[in-house]
Design a protein around this ligand. Structure first.
Ligand code: ZN
Length: 196
């Protein structure tokens, strides 16, 4: 079976650092579909794969580039593969311990998101960012992990010269050791249940 979902600009309230710039942008672009996903999920079995295509519009809120909400997989040890089809963007990845990794994506570039890594894509170009993606069918998504830490550790902004720059998010809260432990433990237990 397949599915298709769309996010309008105003659905992304709370994501960006500059709330005033967000409101201003929402007045003109609020109803615009800025992000859409079309995917195919044959089954939810652990050994199956969900494959699809995402498209994200270009733009900025203040000086911060358009991005996806971001998530960690609900079964957190499930990885994901992205492949650039159009445009230029970044895969912003964060470990639960707060390490950041960034992969630049352009057409014909593949990006591997390892197990246990939170991931968010950012459109740093002037065109749509279009990517193919593929992940295990039982992965699921947990979006709240980013809210709990008041955003990811780094934000991606315009460097003023047509490029991008990463800056620290001053509101970021390190994840408590218990949360980190539970993310890793839950994944281990799920893995054992599946093989039991
Ligand atoms: Zn994912």
């Amino acid at each position: 079976t397949g599915s298709c979902y769309q996010k309008r600009f105003r659905d992304l309230a709370g994501l960006y650092a500059d709330a005033e710039a967000f409101e201003e942008c929402a007045r003109t672009r609020g109803d615009e579909v800025v992000y859409e996903v079309t995917d195919h999920h044959p089954s939810a079995r652990a050994g199956d794969l969900i494959t699809g295509v995402t498209r994200m519009s270009p733009g900025k809120v203040g000086n911060e580039y358009f991005m996806t909400r971001g998530h960690i997989h609900a079964v957190s040890d499930r990885p994901e593969l992205y492949f650039g089809l159009k445009g230029t963007g970044l895969m912003l990845m964060e470990s639960v311990d707060g390490e950041t990794r960034i992969a630049e994506i352009s057409p014909h570039v593949a990006c591997y998101v390892p197990p246990f890594w939170i991931h968010r894509s950012v459109n740093v170009g002037n065109d749509d960012l279009v990517m193919l993606f593929c992940y295990p069918a039982d992965s699921g998504q947990d979006y709240n992990i980013i809210q709990r830490s008041n955003g990811l550790k780094q934000r991606v902004i315009d460097d003023g010269k047509g490029g991008w720059l990463c800056v620290d998010n001053p509101d970021y809260r390190q994840r408590p050791a218990a949360e980190i432990e539970s993310i890793k433990t839950v994944a281990a237990q799920l893995g054992q249940e599946k093989t039991a």
